[in-house]
Design a protein around this ligand. Structure first.
Ligand code: PRP
Length: 175
């Protein structure tokens, strides 16, 4: 079986949108520079591009979570593999994600982090697939709303492959 890649979001389009998101975030957080929490691994490319466009000072921390189940379906059980290095009590926290799909991961993470009493807690996601939601979830900032297609590149993987692609592509399996 061969796999074919179809570019749906070019690197130029991504860069332009990430810059716009950074403008908006810089405005909103002008008074209270945020702690960015990057959810590994898919969001690393987005985080590194986004933070270089920001016009405010930021700090960064990382979390790793894992949902049980197959590579393309989220099961809803979220396990923390790596927790934050620091307390977020009283901080303005912005979770940085690559994609919201069923909403289960972010729903869990938002509740978990909210219980640690940050001053504020918001979510920025590069991609949103609202048609796949299993639980209601609205990101505060969103780069692109996309249809229910399996996408890879710009940090997103299929079986840990394709994360390094500069464009976001639909992965077609050819029989
Ligand atoms: C992806 C993505 C989110 C989650 C979204 O991570 O980064 O964390 O899935 O899916 P959901 O809305 O259905 O919960 P993934 O588990 O693929 O891990 P990775 O970032 O390490 O590739």
């Amino acid at each position: 079986m061969s796999q074919e890649l179809e570019v749906i979001l070019s690197r130029e389009k991504i860069e332009q949108r990430v810059a716009e998101l950074a403008e908006e975030i810089s405005r909103d957080y002008r008074e209270h520079p945020p702690l960015l929490i990057c959810v590994l691994k898919g969001a690393v490319i987005f985080l590194s591009d986004l933070m270089r466009f920001l016009k405010i000072p930021v700090e960064v921390d990382f979390m790793a979570v894992s949902s049980y189940g197959s590579a393309t379906a989220s099961s809803g059980v979220v396990r923390i593999l790596k927790d934050l290095d620091q307390s977020i009590q009283g901080r303005d926290v912005l979770i940085v994600e690559d994609i919201v799909d069923t909403g289960l991961t972010l729903n869990y993470l938002r509740e978990n982090l909210a219980s640690r009493q940050p001053r504020s807690l918001k979510v920025v996601t590069l991609l949103d697939k609202p048609s796949r939601r299993k639980v209601p979830f609205d990101p505060d900032y969103c780069g692109f709303t996309i249809p229910d297609r399996f996408v890879v590149g710009y940090g997103l993987d299929f079986n840990e492959q394709y994360r390094q692609l500069p464009d976001i592509c639909v992965l077609h399996n050819e029989g």
